[in-house]
Structure formats: structure tokens, C-alpha cells
Write a protein that binds this ligand. Sequence first.
Ligand code: 5GP
Ligand code: MN
Length: 316
Amino acid sequence: MFEQAKEIIKQSNTIYVVGHINPDGDAIGSSFAIYFALKKLGKNVKVLMPKYSDNFSFLPGIKEAVNEVVEEKYDLLIGVDSSAKDRLAISEEDFNKADKVIMLDHHKISDPFGDFRYIDPEIPAASQIIYNFLVELGIEIDKTIATYIYAGIMSDTGSFNYSSTKPSTLVIASKLMELGIDFSYICKRLNDTIKEAKLKLIAYTIDNMEVYYDGKFRYSYVSYEEIKRLGLDEEDAEGMTNYLRMVEGTEVAVAVRGKSDGTNKVSMRSGGKVDVSKIAILFGGGGHERASGYTMPKDLETSKKELLDVVGGMLS
Ligand code: 5GP
Ligand code: MN
């Protein structure tokens, strides 16, 4: 499966690994699993990750991430968990410094890039692909690598509960568990630990929820100013959709958050009837059937109205 990638890695020494901007557990898990694995092969490897949420600080070695490419040229860029080049946390300039590019991803609609691509939308997490990749590369999965892969798979499968979860996902999880990872602590840190300010943001999100189409569509917006007022950073404001979608009868849940650059980021979840990746693609974003997102192409009110119309059409 990964023969060609294996060959490219063999011939590369200076390697950068990069996930998508606003990295989630899967992007971080995928990147750092590769990072620690290639280090074992003696490669000069770095993870490019300019910004990430404090929630992930407990992960061993995460602080080794770098902000930019320092070399004039490098051998290989490995892009993970991103469907498009422009979603990678790397500048165009640094991207172009790479001699070769490998792309490993699991998004449904992709804008493929690179010399070697492996994209499987049936796999629930890029980290699961990375596990298979590292096994095929013959790299021994140690506890640190296992911790990252587990964190990645756990994040993208809703702790093995989303319908995307496969029997193979659980088989891999069991192998990771056998390596002695502290799975309970990983879960505690990623799922069950928040700042007090975030609890207040959740309350704000719920308080400001708007309900349309007989409760099938739930929408909430929080401005960047509000996020700052609560003492949070923009990355802390992720995950709000989950609370909206919990309400009985919800088919589409949308949480919109203002960002420091003045744009508004849409996070969408589906109850199963509506393929929200189609909606996201329509507005210039992407994702999966049940989880997708995009940056609002127009001002808040216009974009919201357009979204309401599209969702209304898909619900009827
Ligand atoms: P979230 O709502 O958690 O931010 O994102 C859910 C899913 O939608 C993720 O798999 C993510 O990759 C995808 N997604 C979110 N925002 C964008 C976007 O702006 N563009 C693309 N292509 N995908 C996005
Ligand atoms: Mn992912």
C-alpha cells in the first residue's frame, strides 16, 4: 500500500510533518506519531505546528513542535489529516521548499496534493492510517507513538462511538492499549478537562442558541470579542457544536465562532440524515458526512441566511 512512500522516506533525511491549521487530536496524533517514528529511523524530522490548544500540552514532546521551516530546501514534507494544501499549517513558501510531498488523509472530498497520496475516507481517523503506515514501514510502535495514535483515533471517533468507527479501529486500539498507554488519562485530559472559562463559553453558546425548522436545526454564534472577554483563546472555542447536537431531534447543529482575523468559522454536525460535508463544500469548506466546516464566505448575517436556506432545502 505504502511502497512508494516507503521508498521516498528511505531517500529523505530532512523531513517536516504538518497537519491542518487549528490542529485537533487527530492532526496532532498523526503528526507526532510520524515524528517520533521517523526519529527512530535517524531522520532529521520536525513537526510544523505554529499553534495548538493548551488541552494538548500534556502530550509527551509536543513542545518540540516548530513554527516554520528554517532550511532553504528540505527533502520531504508529510501532510496529514488535511484534505487540501491550503489547509495545511504551512506557508506556500515553506511548502515549495520541499523536494517531495507525501499526503496521508481520510477526508471525503479532497483536493489532493503531493507525489504520493493515500486517502481513505472509510477510515475514521488519519491516525489509524498512520498506524498502518508505520507498521508497514517496519517501525516498532513504542508507548509515546502509541499515545499519539490513540489520542488521534479517540478524538476523531468520539471515543470510539461515532458510526465511522470500524472493527479495525478497535483492534488497533487494543494493540495500543497492550503497549501500556495511559488511555484513561488521555481520555480525562482530552474529553473531561476544561477551563472554568470554557464552561462559561458553553453556557453562553447554549444561551444564545437559535432553533429553526421544528428543532431540526440549531445554531449559535459567539464573537471573537466574547471569546476574549471570557479569557479564552480562539482555539479554546472549538467543540461547541457538540452541545447543540445533543438535543433530541436535532438533524443539523452549527456553532459559529469569530476569529482573530475577523473571519467567522462554521462548525457543523449532522444527526445522520443530512450529509453536512455537502453543505461545507458548497461554501468553500469540507469535512465528513457528519462533521464538517468552513469559513463564512460573506458577512455573518448574509452567510447565516444562506446556510439557513441550504439546510432548509436539505431537511425538506
Ligand atoms: P470542526 O467542526 O471540528 O472544526 O471540523 C469538523 C470537520 O470538518 C473536520 O474533519 C475538518 O477537517 C473539517 N473542516 C472544518 N473546517 C474546514 C474548512 O474550513 N475546510 C475544510 N476543507 N474542511 C474543514
Ligand atoms: Mn481527522
